[in-house]
Design a protein around this ligand. Structure first.
Ligand code: SF4
Ligand code: SF4
Length: 195
């Protein structure tokens, strides 16, 4: 929930429905498995947009709320859903919030892109808490690792960021994904397709 968060001016979700597929939703009024597209999702966006649920009205990815991301970062186009992360931030950072980069497209292709590597380098060198995240199988929690590591700093100094990101992705791919627990019932909007 990102109630009250300022949105980047002039930016809209358009046809993107990435956040209607990848996150788990567990609210009394709506439940959805991670990785399962909401049944209200249509090609052009939410089919019940005006009356969508409060949790949907309150959620925006970081592309909508943080102006460091350019137009090209729209999640359905970039394959990356950036999100504001407040959990697991080490007290070593001045910032109490960080950025998670969830790889919802082709993970290996994304980490091999220069624009993605450049973002990671800038973030790590600016001491922004950065996380790389990979969705689990449908119904499971995502795996997440910190990118603010000594290995990444070393890779930045050596110019081997691509290798360091591929190594981080390898860790994520080997993750023992935990099932996402859904506690509420009554309006499961999950579908069986892969989104
Ligand atoms: S109801 Fe919510 S999750 Fe479902 S398509 Fe609409 S905005 Fe997305
Ligand atoms: S992932 Fe971001 S851009 Fe895409 S629909 Fe959700 S809030 Fe909008």
């Amino acid at each position: 929930m990102w109630d009250g968060m300022t949105l980047v001016e002039g930016r809209s979700c358009g046809d993107c429905t990435v956040c209607c597929t990848w996150p788990t939703i567990d609210k009394p009024e709506i439940q959805k498995k991670s990785g399962s597209t909401c049944k209200h999702c249509l090609t052009g966006g939410c089919g019940i947009y005006e009356t969508r649920f409060p949790v949907c009205k309150g959620f925006y990815c970081a592309w909508r709320t943080v102006d460091i991301f350019g137009e090209e970062w729209r999640p359905d186009k970039s394959g990356v859903m950036p999100y504001v992360e407040t959990d697991g931030i080490s007290q070593d950072f001045d910032l109490g919030t960080g950025i998670g980069l969830m790889l919802v497209g082709h993970p290996l292709k994304i980490v091999r892109q220069k624009w993605f590597q450049d973002f990671v380098v800038t973030g790590v060198m600016s001491s922004v808490p950065l996380f790389l995240s990979l969705p689990g199988p449908r119904g499971y929690q995502a795996a997440t690792v910190s990118l603010n590591t000594d290995q990444m700093l070393d890779a930045i100094s050596r110019g081997t960021v691509k290798d360091a990101l591929e190594a981080a992705l390898k860790i994520l791919r080997g993750w023992d994904f935990a099932p996402a627990v859904i506690t509420h019932t009554g309006n499961d909007v999950s579908t069986d397709d892969d989104g």
